[in-house]
Design a protein around this ligand. Sequence first.
Ligand SMILES: N=CN[C@@H](CCC(=O)O)C(=O)O
Ligand SMILES: [Zn+2]
Length: 437
Amino acid sequence: MAKHRLLIKSAKQVVQVVNNGARVLTGKDMRHLSILDASEDGDDGLSVGLWMDGRICAVGPDKEIQEQYDDSQFDNIVDATGQCLVPGLVDGHTHAVWAGDRVHEFAMKLAGATYMDVHKAGGGIHFTVGHVRDSSEEELYAQLKQHASRMLAAGTTLVEVKSGYGLDVDTEMKMLAAIERAKNDRSLPIDISSTFCGAHAVPKHKTAQEATTDVVDVQLPRLQQLMDNGQLHVDNIDVFCEQGVFSVEQTRRILTAGTNMGLAINFHGEELHRLNSAEMGAELGARAISHLEKVSEAGIEAMSRAGSIGVVLPTTAYILRLTPPPVRAMIDAGMAVALGSDFNPNAHCLAMPIVMHLACVLLHMSMEEALVAATINGAASLGRADTQGSIEVGKQADILILDVPRWEHLIYQIGSHQHVIRDVVKNGVVVHSRAET
Ligand SMILES: N=CN[C@@H](CCC(=O)O)C(=O)O
Ligand SMILES: [Zn+2]
């Protein structure tokens, strides 16, 4: 008899998100979630079965799965009576490798300083760069591991993580090495998509033009070497395209050099000023562009046509009191929207359930849209929608078991996700269970 890894049975709802193999949901399709509901369908309960390799082999009513499989075929059986299953969450944008907090800057911002006031005074990213340059790879890795473990406990099973607090070749590669260790650490069961962001700020004593040349002629060639010899496996290229940081043309030069190395474009655009970087990114075939608070109608149209995904970051808009990105216009124009926590020392929030809540209240997304943005579309923004982002046969079993009668409680109960999430299943293994309350 074929052995299987896990059976989750008797669930009340299984929120598959999609059930037809769709790899991304755009525009109005983001409103429609595929949900199996036992009480509405007249079933006793719902089951999800997993193969030994951690992929999903069956989704459906308990009775049907029982007919297909014998309980003894499963190594482990989890009873989810009355509970709800949703896919593991995807965090599409983080700066999770850093050292030195910036709580003092939070106080400055509350007293009226803007993000750019702090940045230009040598704080912000520059403050963190100083601490990261002074830290060893080991120390950075220890910090990242703690952040990633907390993300996992908050339901994130796939996360994008950037470099960008080095701004010189050695420190940038040190950050990427710390991320690589996290990717390979079997005791840290979270999937990571890694991003080179050597152009996150203009380092002190350099012009933006000099910094651009350093990224293109020094940092990217070193990265190529480390990728060629198998020491690093980096997925994406990023630039902070912003007035007073990198211009659209400098950004274009860096992103083009990155794509020539096979990296996917996933950059910061249109955050504080409208520079028309969305149009530039769409023209280059960007897989994703983040922030977009200031994106124009033409930028939205261009992204929609190019299939570039907008990764919106509600915590940043909230903490910096920015006008939020025009998500309704994006969705109306047929764009795909994903969500990220933007976890960094400026925006110290790594919990995607809180991010989804803020997306609903501040960005006027529906709960269905927020879940799509934090699952299948997040996976698509990282090129992982073929394996993650939905509960479908053949996909990796990254599943949250929620101890609530309807899945929406995950978003509604702001700040209580640690109680709502009973178990986090990663690749078919229960890797986190909530503490008893
Ligand atoms: N805007 C640029 N980068 C980050 C902030 C990083 C930092 O302040 O340390 C962001 O996405 O919000
Ligand atoms: Zn960012």
